[in-house]
Design a protein around this ligand. Structure first.
Ligand SMILES: NC(=O)c1ccc[n+]([C@@H]2O[C@H](COP(=O)([O-])OP(=O)(O)OC[C@H]3O[C@@H](n4cnc5c(N)ncnc54)[C@H](OP(=O)(O)O)[C@@H]3O)[C@@H](O)[C@H]2O)c1
Length: 287
């Protein structure tokens, strides 16, 4: 089987991926092997590729979500059978086959592997943020991120207008460092800043907590990967996402499908911020 192996960290321009042919793994107890059709590409892949996620060791096969069909099941796996279409939430999806723990694998019925691979992490993150981390109440208003200085003032005025000058109850932030003060200024006293990404630059979590406390607000740094460590925790998040995907109402904008050999280009495209929609790796078994 082919995998995209990254031998050492590097920036996207120096990103030399090696396509390696290795034997298809054999599942052990409570494990399965998935024949992947699509892998999603996420920002976290670029962070790991750059060696900026603590604990990442090299060589590594990147990628943390994918979809395909069950190829082999290990001892003790009773809810999955060879050939079942599945979506998987696990590291190592930039390859044709993936060996993983069965709790990370979810059977698909109405949703295609392409839509599932393009939806899983983004939708589960949104579900996690607004239901588990800070529950948005019926009628709550969600306001998105802006990416330039001149738009900040517009956003501030908009939040003030929508909240009658009180500020928002919560801000969900994926930009991090440079927006700390602006984000805190948008939140009402006692409200919470939830940070889940550092697209704009590193954020010192301890410092952010202290800064937030000084202005009477709360700060939380959260992550799906570090929180969701078993199936029991994943199911309440995945179930509504699955229902949403199966409803056919999900609008999924796929920016481009890349081959394994084109992953360097895909990372370059993602971090260049010229993309709109989901980037996918197309793997074996797809037309
Ligand atoms: N903690 C978790 O569990 C978790 C899970 C999923 C994602 N994440 C993180 O969340 C972040 C967003 O991921 P995503 O999949 O939602 O990405 P996405 O769909 O590509 O959206 C990124 C958004 O952030 C904006 N942006 C990018 N770089 C920026 C910068 N330097 N300053 C201000 N805005 C910037 C983009 O604006 P433009 O369109 O103008 O570029 C775009 O609106 C990433 O850091 C990712 O690692 C965390």
């Amino acid at each position: 089987m082919k995998v995209a192996l990254l031998e050492q960290p590097g920036d996207e321009t120096a990103f030399k991926i090696k396509i390696k042919d290795i034997p298809i793994p054999t599942p052990g107890k409570d494990q399965v092997v998935i024949r992947l059709e699509y892998s999603g590409i996420n920002y976290i892949d670029t962070t790991m590729r750059a060696g900026k996620l603590p604990g990442t060791s090299f060589p590594i096969v990147l990628g943390c979500e994918g979809a395909g069909a069950v190829h082999k099941v290990g001892e003790g796996v009773t809810d999955l059978a060879v050939g079942d279409p599945v979506v998987v939430y696990a590291f190592g999806t930039y390859g044709e086959y993936l060996l993983t723990d069965s709790w990370r694998v979810f059977k698909l019925d109405k949703t295609s592997t392409k839509i599932a691979a393009a939806t899983l992490i983004n939708a589960c993150t949104a579900q996690f943020l607004v239901h588990e981390v800070f529950q948005i109440k019926e009628g709550g208003i969600v306001i998105g991120t802006v990416s330039s200085q001149d738009k900040i003032q517009v956003a501030q005025a908009f939040v003030a207008e929508l909240t009658n000058g009180q500020g928002a109850e919560a801000v969900f932030d994926a930009v991090g460092g440079p927006l700390l003060d602006v984000n805190l200024s948008l939140i009402k006293p006692g409200g919470v800043l939830v940070n889940y990404g550092s697209l704009g630059g590193p954020l010192d979590v301890d410092e952010a907590k202290v800064t937030a406390q000084q202005v009477g607000k709360d700060f939380k740094r959260v992550g799906l990967g570090v929180t969701i460590t078993n199936r029991e925790l994943m199911l309440p998040i995945y179930k509504p996402v699955k229902d949403y995907m199966d409803s056919g109402k999900a609008v999924v904008n796929i920016y481009r499908e890349y081959s394994l050999e084109e992953i360097g280009q895909a990372h370059l495209d993602l971090v260049s911020r010229g993309t709109t929609g989901k980037l996918l790796v197309r793997l074996a078994g797809t037309g």
